[in-house]
Design a protein around this ligand. Structure first.
Ligand SMILES: *Cc1c(COP(=O)(O)O)cnc(C)c1O
Length: 384
């Protein structure tokens, strides 16, 4: 082992999750695999490989750099859609590579038309409309101008999609707001149709919307967190749980496990302090294992005296402060702990498990944040 820890990514867990998502959205719907944020920390290249082997042929990214990574990884010529940042200068590249992208302002629409004109090829665009998220999307009173531009430049534009995004479908607190967004979206759709403008795909749903608001599913769903085995929120799970067969286990499985090993072992006498300063004093004669992961590897300093890891299948406490490169773990109760023994930071070992959620709760991070902040340079390997 050259690195201090590594991340395993389970292909079979992905297949399992996709099967569940498919059962929820129906067989005719395109599932776009959202791989922004380095595929929620899994690594874009790994995620594309696993997803394609499970049958996915559509990927969504936030930005052009991510789209290029998908493009260089795909072996199935999958479709790629950019939902966020596209600099006008990149549009020609996108057209040449048949990468579709969101358009949510007149400037980008004009740039797409201009680039298409000079290349003599159509730009594949998704028109995003503002329905209540108030981040990006054409406003209701811009629709005539947009429609006119779409109609006048028909030969430059492939109308790949009409889309919007919901403002928190994972929480029931937003119920009224989401319902209003659905209504507004359908008004836009109807209005464009009345103008003779039809889009290849109508798509609005992320994981939470797909699971909690079936009417948002339409032609395509953009699934991020659920494919990686996490519920968008506890609420989404509870809501779904009631509809699942009794005794059915959690249908989503985590892909990711994070592992390291014992670097060294030390005996500490009662009354001595462990690590920097005096945050932890040995309350008995102790055995301490040093594990080479610290806050520079994404193991938060907030987990000082709070974090837990698994060794020999037992849940064991981190003692003392988390340092840049290492943590100390109390292994006094283990028999024969040895240098190089496996340490699980996230994942299962024998009968016990440390979930991303429990790891995240103690650091006040949501799954999304914790996953995407796992440092890119921890090696990821795909396991079956
Ligand atoms: C991130 C994102 C998604 C996926 O969200 P999940 O909650 O991870 O399923 C879908 N659509 C857009 C526009 C997004 O930005």
């Amino acid at each position: 082992m050259v690195h201090t820890s590594y991340i395993e990514i389970s292909k079979s867990a992905y297949k399992n999750n996709l099967k569940f998502i498919r059962s929820q959205v129906g067989s005719h719907v395109t599932i776009s695999s959202v791989v922004k944020g380095n595929a929620y920390g899994h690594g874009i290249e790994n995620a594309v490989k696993i997803a394609e082997s499970a049958g996915i042929r559509h990927f969504s990214t936030f930005s052009t750099d991510e789209a290029i990574r998908v493009k260089t990884t795909t072996t199935k010529n999958s479709e790629i859609m950019i939902m966020g940042m596209v600099d006008n200068d990149s549009i020609s590249y996108l057209i040449e590579n048949e990468i579709s992208f969101y358009v949510f302002d007149i400037d980008r629409l004009q740039a797409a038309i201009a680039a298409s004109n000079s290349l003599g090829r159509k730009a594949k665009i998704h028109v995003e409309v503002e329905t209540g998220f108030h981040r990006t999307g054409f406003e209701w009173d811009e629709k005539s101008k947009v429609a006119e531009m779409l109609i006048n430049n028909r030969e430059n534009l492939q109308l790949a999609g009409l889309c919007t995004h919901y403002a928190g479908a994972e929480s029931i607190a937003n119920y009224v707001r989401i319902k209003n967004q659905i209504k507004t979206y359908l008004e836009f759709k109807q209005w464009f149709q009345d103008k003779g403008l039809h889009f290849d795909k109508y798509h609005t749903a992320c994981s939470a919307a797909s699971l909690s608001y079936p009417e948002t599913i339409m032609d395509m769903v953009r699934i991020g967190i659920a494919q990686y085995g996490f519920w968008p929120s506890q609420e989404t799970y509870m809501l779904k749980f009631k509809q699942l067969a009794p005794n059915m286990k959690n249908p989503l499985k985590r892909l990711i496990s994070w592992k390291s090993q014992v670097m060294s072992i030390k005996k500490v006498k009662i009354g001595e302090f462990v690590g920097y300063g005096n945050s932890y004093m040995a309350s008995r004669n102790m055995t301490i294992a040093l594990v080479p992961i610290g806050y520079c590897h994404g193991f938060s300093r907030n987990l000082s005296n709070l974090g837990k890891v698994l060794i020999h299948g037992k849940i064991l406490p981190v003692v003392g402060t988390v340092t840049m490169n290492a943590i100390s773990v109390d292994v006094t109760d283990l028999k024969e702990v040895q240098k190089r023994d496996e340490v699980v930071i996230i994942g299962r070992q024998k009968r016990n498990e440390i979930t991303v959620a429990s790891f995240g709760e103690s650091t006040q991070q949501v799954n999304y944040e914790l996953l995407t902040r796992l440092p890119h340079d921890i090696p990821r390997k795909i396991i079956s």
